[in-house]
Design a protein around this ligand. Structure first.
Ligand code: ZN
Length: 294
């Protein structure tokens, strides 16, 4: 069971990268609109937008999977992958950047993604992420927002959002297709991972989710960082849990409880079985909130 849980978790996926047998990973996909697909494999969900001349990829999982990912894309379109965009810097979303760049793609991301990838990162708990090679780094960065015109009347909107999962989080929104990729700001039915060492912040996360809920409708297809495609209703209940839990943790903190004391109050008990069964358990989500809430 422990091993299974480990496989389902992102941190473990990263740390197990070296031992992992990539040959067993199967890439599958689901069509979300005329021009947009999502690809599943190992690591973050990949968005694929097919424009008039080019294919656009959002996140690229792990380097050893690039061949398989490109093979799968060839079954969906004959357009070349000219643009790769990253939702944030974590290796399970950017691990294929170097290979993608070497086959001709331009890597695009928020400036903070480039900064963190280009420098040594202390992930906490003794985990160090070494600087990535030049070819893996975004060659075009943005600070706020950017629009990519796909040549067929459709467009993709890159939106930098408040620091939430990391301080380089961006969403990629396709208004014409009614699809949005939210990266790791959204784990359907689970507690979020707020990477405090990368500038993550629960208040930013709640603000971002609130903004998206105001932009989308019941028909919108949401690509979360991991897991199945989600709806507005699911995003709404994710937010409700976050808001309620944040209030409880902040109240306990304001009453003078230490982190350790707050963690044993049972503040999240009604959600722990469902939301806390992955790699972010009750203890960790309470720590994230305790340390990052204003
Ligand atoms: Zn992540």
């Amino acid at each position: 069971m422990k091993k299974l849980t480990c496989f389902l978790t992102i941190l473990c996926v990263i740390s197990m990268q070296a031992q992992r047998d990539w040959s067993t990973v199967e890439i599958t996909s689901e069509q979300l609109s005329d021009n947009i697909h999502v690809l599943f494999g190992a690591g973050g969900n990949i968005g694929l937008a097919i424009g008039k001349e080019n294919a656009y990829v959002i996140d690229d999982q792990f380097g050893p999977l690039t061949e398989k990912i490109l093979e799968h894309i060839k079954t969906l379109t004959d357009k070349p992958v000219k643009f790769v965009l990253n939702t944030h810097w974590h290796g399970d979303h950017t691990g294929g950047n170097e290979n993608m760049a070497n086959q001709g793609a331009l890597i695009i991301a928020h400036e903070n993604v480039r900064q963190r990838m280009a420098t040594k990162q202390d992930r906490g708990g003794g985990r160090i992420s070494e600087p990535k090679p030049q070819a893996a780094l975004p060659v075009i960065t943005f600070n706020d927002k950017m629009t990519l015109y796909l040549g067929d009347g459709n467009s993709m909107h890159a939106m930098y959002v408040y620091p939430a999962h990391t301080d380089g989080d961006s969403y990629y929104y396709f208004p014409g297709d009614n699809v949005i990729h939210m990266g790791d700001n959204f784990f359907v039915g689970r507690y979020p991972y707020i990477d405090l060492n990368s500038g993550g912040d629960v208040d930013g996360l709640i603000a971002n989710v609130t903004m998206v809920l105001g932009m989308i409708d019941e028909e919108t297809k949401i690509i979360p960082g991991h897991g199945k495609i989600a709806s507005k209703t699911e995003l709404k209940s994710y937010k409700e849990v976050l808001v309620e839990l944040r209030d409880r943790v902040v109240n306990a903190r304001n009453e003078g409880n230490s982190l350790e004391q707050t963690q044993i109050l049972g503040l999240s008990k009604e959600w722990d079985e469902t939301h806390g069964s992955g790699f972010i358990n009750a203890e960790r989500i309470i720590e994230f909130i305790y340390k990052s809430a204003d």
